[in-house]
Design a protein around this ligand. Sequence first.
Ligand code: BTN
Length: 231
Amino acid sequence: MPLGSPRRHFRVTDSTNQRARELAREGAPHGTVVTAEEQTAGRGRQGRSWVAPRGQALLCSYVVRPLAEHNELMPLAVPLAVCEAAELLGAPSCGVKWPNDVWVGDRKLAGVLIEARPGEDWAVIGVGLNVSVEPAELPLELRDRAVSIGGDATPGGALAALNGALEDWLKATREAVLTGFRERDALAGRPVRWDGGFGVAAGVDGDGGLVVSLASGESVSLRAGEVHLSV
Ligand code: BTN
């Protein structure tokens, strides 16, 4: 089954990730996608919420199964697919902020939330991609941090482009994903901080961890969590 089929579309739902998780538990096939014009409880990473004005963003969640060893780098592969899809629709050159935010310049174009459960053979890949978001319709604190594809891009066009790009990137080898990520690494060489310290981002290691060079001359690899630009 190609990615993006079958499709369940909601005018409004709480969270497409939540709907897709339910479908996955009920045995939905690989490639199933849930889309919505509007979410009332969109979920982001680190327990945050995800806000998008109705009809102005692609809100979608894919069921991927079964999981295989080559899916280990899925968190890095998915944003690469989002970058390609967005650029196909006319977005300026996109970068990835580790692990999977998609940026244009230093503004966020898209977010990715991958959810899986230990012992289950599936994962849900949720993508929120700003297509034509009116800044005035975003909460004040997001207005100067978000960006959209713009032009005449539509959520439907973005979904079609993402289906194709994701199909390719989920099959990519580890080497291809790591190379693709390194070419789009938005943090490389920049000062970053996280809840355990600060340093200079120095790319990703072979397992997809973020390498940070410390002032001491040592380096650490971050496996999970969130980093922020220091300036
Ligand atoms: C993040 O950057 O924090 C991740 C945001 C992921 C948002 C998308 S919107 C579609 C899907 N459904 C959700 O509830 N979340 C993801």
